[in-house]
Structure formats: C-alpha cells, structure tokens
Design a protein around this ligand. Structure first.
Ligand SMILES: C[S@@+](CC[C@H](N)C(=O)[O-])C[C@H]1O[C@@H](n2cnc3c(N)ncnc32)[C@H](O)[C@@H]1O
Length: 357
C-alpha cells in the first residue's frame, strides 16, 4: 500500500472509531488511537487480530475498522458483552420492538437490584428499571441479548458519577448539571441501544468476543496480538473488580441473583477477581508467560505506562527474547486524578512496544 493510501485508511478508521460509545474506563486507550492505528496499519491490515485485555472494547473496534478480523477477550463478563455488541455482532441490530419492550412494563416482579442496592446506587426508579429491564433480557439470547446488555451497562456507567462504583450513597456533590446524571436510566437505555445499533460495522467476517483469563486462551497464533494488561502500580494494585463490580453484576444479573455479594462492603461488591498482571509481585512472570505464549504470532504490540512496573528496559529485553525486532513508540500523557477542586495532574509516558519477526 502506498503512503497516501495508508494515511487515508488510517483516517477513515479513526473517524469510524471516534463514533464508538465511550465508557469512562481506567486504562482505556481512546487517546492513543492515532498512534495505535498507525502501528496496526503498518503491520498490514486484513489479517487476524487478538485484543487479549479488551476492557472498553475500543482497541478491537479500531482494529476492525482497519480491516482486521478481531478476537476480543477480557476476564470480566461486561468486557465480553461490550465487545460482542460493538464488534462480533457485525451489523446485527437490536430490533426497535425489543428496545420498546425492555423499556416498557416489567414482565415479572423481581426486585434484587431494588433491595440489594437501596441507598447504595441510583434512585428508586432507576433501580426498578434495572430489575424490569432484566425481566425481559433474561429471555433473549445471542447478539440481541448482548446488545441489550451493552446498552444497560453503558447506561449505568454513564449515570454513575465518575463512572466508578467505589462511591455510593448521596453523590449530589458530583452533580455538575450534566445531562447524563439527570435523565432516567430508562431513557439512557433507549438512547444507548440505538447507539450500539449504529456502532456495529458489517464486515461479513466472523469476529469473536470471549471471556476468560488471557493466560489460558487456546489459540496462540494471530497476525497481531495486542496486549494491554492492567498496569501494576509500584504500590497497591490495579483492581478492576473494585471499580466496576456493579457493571460485572449487571452483565449477568449477579449470576441470576444467586452470585456472592460481600454484604459487609458499603458498595455491595462482588468478590475480587485477582489478576497476576495487576500486582507488582506477579506482573513480570505473567507478562513473560504471555510473550512466550504468543511468540508464534507475527507481531506482539504491548501497551504499557511509565507509571507501572516492570519498567521499559525490562519490557524491551523480554520482548527481544521472543522477537528479533522491537520498536517503541513513546507518547507523553497527562493523567488527571480526583475531581475539580482537588484535581491533580501527573505526567507519564505511554509506551507502545512493537515486537515482530
Ligand atoms: C488497561 S485495561 C484494557 C483497556 C483497553 N485496552 C481499553 O482501551 O479500554 C486492562 C483490562 O484487563 C482486564 N484483565 C485483567 N486481568 C486479566 C486477565 N488475567 N485476563 C484477561 N483480562 C484481564 C481488565 O478487566 C481490564 O479490562
């Protein structure tokens, strides 16, 4: 492909990806879209692509927009649901009649969310809507079910201040007048269901959305393997369950209302799902295992941040042990922490390591 054709292809993919319904998600790579698109396009589009830690689903979506055949994976079920709706559904739409039915009167009188999260998340009407929506979703399957759930997940994430479920109770101090915080969840649902319908691109190829530990994925050979594991900060660990437990529960109705809830926690969390990548004591072994596992793939693309361990030198050395050529793209990045008055900024470098034959 000529330089101009490549640039046009990248620009088209970026403008498609800009329409992706965003989740405010820890570690999401929206901001790195131009650099990632350039790397993926340079590796040759049209081949097979694995997004092993898919999170918000954005990177797999970008790869699909570039022409790749995508497999997405995350160990959280809500990640699988979003990737299924955004990528694997391949143009399938949730029919208007089903959107209206889910947004309409309840099919039964279940009240798991209303009682479990009373005084914790959302107001009475919004909690009742979640129970009511699930009374219909329970009877759906395939892409209809995942598109409906993706709409419900996006609704809850957008209506919760800051998009994280570590804060609960009276959250009026976060109300900055944004429409997302004011409209009922039911209206969010209708709008997001329509948005997911418009998001899914039809390619005519089979794309997969999986849920599981990246360490145990069966297939190991792809044209491009993208690894964006949780960053292991020097202290603490990057805990996705703590922040997004409500979305995970929502994705399967807390295992049909039978799943374990830690009743002594303020936010009614589900038990933590451990990740070897998120902890500084185990991250090195976990990353090395992944590099060796996917060494037979044509290219490994790894996102990592200078805020985390192990460092860039370690990554270069270990990737160099499985591939003859390793390039690094460095992108300066500013993180914002806290809210408004208390917001602080921290400079970091986002690395994209590209290891290939
Ligand atoms: C940095 S985020 C990925 C962000 C993603 N690239 C995006 O743009 O939204 C890391 C993801 O890894 C997932 N994760 C953590 N441990 C995992 C494991 N062992 N296997 C698969 N996924 C895992 C988390 O649920 C989280 O979604």
């Amino acid at each position: 492909m000529t330089g101009t054709a490549l640039t046009t292809e990248i620009e088209a993919a970026l403008s498609q990806a800009a329409r992706f319904p965003r989740l405010r998600y820890m570690g999401s790579k929206y901001k790195l879209a131009p650099q990632l698109a350039a790397v993926f396009a340079d590796l040759g589009t049209g081949g097979t692509f694995l997004d092993a830690f898919s999170g918000s689903g954005f990177v797999g979506y970008l790869a699909k927009a570039l022409g790749y055949q995508v497999t997405s994976n995350d160990y959280m079920n809500y990640g699988r649901v979003i990737a299924s709706a955004a990528i694997a559904s391949d143009g399938h739409c949730l029919p208007d009649e089903l959107i209206a039915r889910i947004a309409g009167p309840a099919r039964d009188d279940r009240d798991f969310v209303q009682t479990t999260f009373d005084g914790v998340f959302f107001d009475r009407a919004d909690r009742a809507f979640i129970d009511s929506a699930w009374s219909h979703i329970e009877y759906l399957d395939g892409f209809d079910r995942d598109l409906a759930l993706a709409a419900l997940i996006l609704s809850a994430a957008r209506k919760q201040p800051r998009g994280v479920f570590t804060i609960s109770g009276d959250l009026s101090r976060y109300d900055d007048g944004r429409r997302d915080l004011r409209i009922p969840l039911q209206q969010h649902f209708i709008e997001h269901a329509l948005r997911w319908n418009q998001t899914s691109i039809r390619s005519g190829r089979e794309h997969l959305a999986l849920q599981g530990d990246a360490m145990t994925l069966d297939r190991t050979e792809y044209d491009v393997v993208y690894l964006d594991p949780p960053y292991a900060p020097p202290s603490d660990d990057a805990d996705y369950t703590k922040r997004y437990h409500f979305l995970e529960g929502l994705s399967d109705y807390w295992s049909g209302g039978l799943g374990e809830i830690m009743q002594n926690t303020k936010t009614k969390k589900i038990p933590k799902r451990h990740s070897l990548f998120a902890n500084k004591r185990t991250a090195e072994v976990a990353l090395r295992t992944m590099f060796e596992k996917f060494a037979g793939s044509s290219a490994l693309v790894v996102s990592y941040s200078s805020n985390s361990v192990p460092g860039a030198d370690w990554m270069l050395r270990e990737l160099g042990a499985v591939k003859p050529r390793v390039d690094v793209v460095e992108v300066p990045h500013t993180y914002h922490f806290g809210t408004h008055g208390l917001a602080t900024r921290r400079q970091a470098t986002e690395y994209i390591f590209v290891a290939r034959d």
